[in-house]
Write a protein that binds this ligand. Structure first.
Ligand SMILES: Cc1cc2nc3c(=O)[nH]c(=O)nc-3n(C[C@H](O)[C@H](O)[C@H](O)COP(=O)(O)OP(=O)(O)OC[C@H]3O[C@@H](n4cnc5c(N)ncnc54)[C@H](O)[C@@H]3O)c2cc1C
Ligand code: SF4
Length: 576
């Protein structure tokens, strides 16, 4: 594969045949949105996806299986667990879902420090697997870095992205209540899921005991009551089965496969190419812009080049970093756009280490219906209006209450008594967990291995990412505050836990190609374009300047839709 971008080789029928208006790398949550917006705007768009095709409805082999239809009753077979110590740590990797996850040995990487890199390589990417929690970021999130000086200033504010949140929420279908708190802006919601009686008790008691701590029902990408726009996508009402990460035959939750990709296909402007591993971007020295991408066939490893006026890099945070670091040329010898040497740096993630469990003396005559796909949550209450703790930023908290079944879990899982007890609801339990903001640092970075390559001859990614003292303090604060809140809410047997999980298992990977105002300290401008190459856009987690405490994917969607529409306008004006 040529490192010199001036040599362009075509082996698949000439430049014209391989030329599109736009190329999108990756078909996951962000790539799906780029494809939809570009196709809706009439651009002939090529989506390059390294994994296999997964067609909605057709390719969900386990979606309707009962537990007894799995050879291991949906427990991970020991041999699979042993062969996959990394992805095996992900709660969603089960006998029913393993075919949608990357296996450890197929795609190795190097951990200078422990890092669990969880991936889904297929059409739809991790949109098939995600837990679908979707909160808008607040003004405090976009203003935070400038106010507290822990990262470069975001080049946008909440007002810039708010209309694009609305745009993606309406199409994706987000359930939630309009709660009216500025730390968690309201959106365009479908009806919310209900809290159960114990969750409501806890909500009321926490809010009665603390002035600025709010408990709301979680917002999630589920069709509680589909609108015409969702029916037009061929999706229908969520049935509260919570088997979502097998792929949903109802299209009840948002995935690229059920929503954006088939929508883009219907426009007639989409060419979707699965099994196409993007190796690097091609830089055109004569026109001072990116010309296209180099692709290796996932199976034959045959190389092909594709060309377009604009390129969207949406391979998910670390693969986008990898592709860009691997895109060397005369103009960019150290990786694409990397004049300032910051490509791959300022990686950040979410700190999920803390959780607190408890029992609750709840009503024995009350139960709840179905398997609700969300739970109550509390937006961050630390350092919101001013810096007031001995650590920066804060954490969002999620909690849930449920009833066990009989003696399940006490070790006696045999015999008639045990079976009978399974038909009875047991005691109430509660658990609360943190989602902590981490600080993007130059010392948390990814880079390319100099000697180790993958099976396509592409350098392996090296991770040097770790927690710091700030994470430790925020984690300890969560444990003490969660325990105190549950105590005040009337819970008993409160117990604190440190999952000790490595960074990465949160699967909220961000940074490496951050947005900012100044080309000296950031890679992308306010429209997600490279400061020094305006026809390349990065709109997945790689572009993030900071992490907020909110879940990230709704923001990736909104940034992508915003950038894609800007790209179309700029193209029409002849600016790119
Ligand atoms: C179990 C789980 C739970 C989660 N829960 C939540 C949640 O509740 N809320 C939330 O906001 N987020 C959640 N996430 C994270 C969410 O899934 C990601 O933020 C989101 O999918 C990122 O979108 P993306 O487009 O950047 O990447 P992806 O969806 O991963 O898509 C990237 C695509 O690019 C492809 N690709 C990679 N490299 C190449 C290459 N070289 N050439 C061509 N194609 C390539 C991949 O195969 C993949 O299809 C969760 C993730 C998991 C796994
Ligand atoms: S809970 Fe809803 S979205 Fe999930 S699998 Fe069931 S019907 Fe589909």
């Amino acid at each position: 594969m040529p490192g010199d971008s001036t040599k362009i080789n075509i082996n698949a029928g000439g430049v014209a045949k391989n030329t599109y208006d736009a190329i999108v790398i990756g078909s996951g949550i962000s790539g799906g949105w780029a494809a939809k917006e570009l196709c809706d705007n009439g651009l002939r768009t090529l989506v390059l996806e390294r994994g296999k095709d997964v067609v909605h409805l057709k390719d969900y082999p386990t979606a309707t299986k009962n537990p007894w239809e799995f050879p291991h009753r949906n427990e991970l077979p020991l041999v699979v667990a042993k062969e996959n110590p990394i992805v095996g740590r992900c709660y969603a990797f089960t006998e029913a879902t393993q075919h949608f996850f990357v296996k450890d040995k197929d795609h190795p990487y190097i951990q200078q420090k422990p890092f669990d890199w969880i991936r889904g390589y297929q059409v739809g990417g991790k949109s098939l697997l995600w837990a679908r929690q979707t909160q808008r970021w607040s003004k405090y999130d976009f203003e935070g870095p400038a106010r507290d000086g822990y990262a470069v200033d975001w080049p946008i504010r909440y007002e810039d992205i708010a209309p694009w949140y609305s745009h993606v929420e309406i199409f994706a279908g987000i359930s939630g209540n309009k709660d009216g708190y500025d730390t968690l802006p309201d959106g365009e919601f479908l009806p919310a899921w209900e809290m159960n009686c114990v969750e409501k008790d806890i909500q009321q008691r926490i809010m009665a005991n603390y002035k600025n701590r709010y408990v709301v029902q979680g917002r999630c990408a589920h069709l509680t009551q589909p609108n015409p726009i969702h029916l037009e996508q061929g999706r229908t009402q969520c049935q509260a089965r919570n088997l979502c990460d097998r792929g949903c035959p109802y299209g009840g939750y948002f995935s690229s496969n059920a929503s954006t990709i088939p929508w883009a296909k219907k426009s007639g402007n989409l060419t979707l190419r699965p099994d196409s591993v993007v190796h690097s971007l091609i830089y055109d020295d004569r026109n001072n812009k990116a010309a296209g991408v180099r692709v290796l066939d996932a199976h034959t490893k045959e190389a092909t080049e594709y060309f377009a006026k604009i390129i969207f890099v949406n391979a998910a945070c670390f693969n986008s970093n990898l592709i860009l670091l691997n895109s060397t040329s005369n103009r960019f010898p150290n990786g694409f756009g990397n004049d300032n040497g910051l490509l791959g740096k300022y990686i950040a993630f979410h700190n999920y280490r803390g959780n607190v469990s408890a029992s609750y003396d709840g009503p024995q005559d009350k139960y709840y219906y179905g398997r609700r796909p969300t739970q109550p949550m509390m937006p961050n209450f630390r350092n919101v209006h001013k810096q007031e703790m001995d650590f920066l930023r804060g954490y969002m908290s999620f909690y849930g209450a449920g009833r066990g079944t009989g003696t399940y879990g006490n070790g006696e899982q045999l015999g008639g008594d045990y079976k009978d007890s399974l038909t009875e609801a047991g005691d109430w339990f509660v658990s609360m967990l943190m989602q902590g903001e981490t600080i993007p640092k130059e010392t948390n970075y990814v880079t390319l291995s100099k000697d180790k390559k993958d099976q396509w001859g592409i350098p392996q990614l090296v991770f040097s990412v770790d927690y710091d003292d700030n994470d430790e303090k925020s984690f300890k604060d969560f444990l003490s505050q969660a325990s105190e809140m549950l105590d005040k809410a009337g819970c008993k047997n409160i117990s604190q836990h440190d999952s000790k999980q490595a960074p990465g298992l949160d699967i909220h990977e961000m940074g490496g190609v951050r947005m900012g105002k100044d080309p000296k300290t950031s890679m992308l401008n306010s429209w997600n374009q490279f400061h020094n190459c305006k026809n390349v856009f990065v709109t997945d987690g790689a572009c993030m300047t900071s992490t907020s405490t909110q879940n990230p994917s709704l923001t990736f969607m909104a940034l992508t839709a915003r950038a894609a529409n800007h790209a179309v306008e700029e193209l029409k004006k002849g600016n790119i």
